[in-house]
Write a protein that binds this ligand. Structure first.
Ligand code: BTN
Length: 258
């Protein structure tokens, strides 16, 4: 069923984010549409939403399962300063967490760099793609996939690792209410002048801290204890030989060692 955009707008209390909502019943990926809008000079806050994606993508070139009628597939165009650019990876999961709570969903945790999890499974994934003019960020597209009413058990490729708000709380949830809450919370965290407060709120829900992890990036794997995160959301890993390494939240895979 199509999203009821009037219901979203009625509840939206933002100034920019999601005020201009571009809705597609079906699209390849909302990331591509949002990127094209960014390149065409559209203003910060324009948000692309689809009911279904036929080529939804995740981090590290993975596919994002995106069937119609059940979930939220959202790409938000922002034009951040260098400082706010670094914060996007914290702002987006915080906004998801707040939206989930607002609709009566389960308690969530974050898995570094920016997965949102509930009941030990992935509830939401975030993909950030950016465009630069020289060294200066020109825009970022923040892609958020949030499983709202999905029955992940029907999709063998994600059945064991994914969940949805409905699956966790045992009832169907309004996608419109969830979207309005998500965009409202996103703007608040994005506009928050206190970067330290944003980091503290994100860090408080980060289940990765204190865990032993393997982090793979650029063909290299680091093993150690996830000790802390720095102001930019990079992971500070204590290797078994006692040395520390800082791993930026980019194209990385994080695994618990088996
Ligand atoms: C991940 O965890 O790998 C990130 C998943 C991001 C999925 C969202 S759905 C909306 C937007 N459009 C896409 O094609 N991907 C992102």
């Amino acid at each position: 069923m199509d999203l009821d955009l009037k219901r979203v707008h009625r509840q939206l209390s933002t100034r920019r984010i999601g005020r201009d909502l571009r809705y597609y019943p079906t699209i390849g990926s909302t990331m591509d549409v949002a990127r094209a809008l960014a390149e065409a000079g559209e203003a910060e806050g324009v948000t692309v939403v689809a009911d279904e994606q036929t080529a939804g993508r995740g981090r590290l070139g993975r596919t994002w399962v995106a069937p119609p009628g059940v979930n939220l597939y959202v790409s938000i165009l922002v034009r951040p300063t260098p400082a706010t650019m670094k914060r996007l990876g914290m702002v987006a999961p915080l906004a998801v967490a707040e939206a989930v709570v607002a609709v009566g969903g389960p308690a969530v945790t974050f898995k570094w760099p920016n997965d949102v999890r509930a009941g030990g499974r992935k509830l939401s994934g975030i993909l950030i793609e950016s465009g630069f003019a020289g060294n200066v960020p020109a825009y970022a597209v923040v892609g958020i996939g949030l499983n709202v009413n999905l029955d992940a058990r029907r999709y063998p490729e994600i059945a064991e690792i994914a969940t949805s708000i409905a699956q966790e709380c045992g009832r169907t949830v309004s996608r419109e209410d969830t979207l309005a809450a998500l965009l409202t919370a996103f703007e608040r965290y994005y506009d928050c002048p206190d970067g330290a407060a944003v980091r503290a709120a994100w860090r408080a829900q980060l289940e990765t801290l204190g865990q032993e992890v393997d982090v793979t990036f650029g063909g290299r794997t680091e093993h150690g204890l996830a000790e802390d995160v720095d102001d930019d959301g990079a992971l500070i890993l204590r290797r078994t030989d006692g040395t520390r390494v800082v791993l930026p939240a980019g194209e990385v895979t994080l695994r618990r060692p088996s």
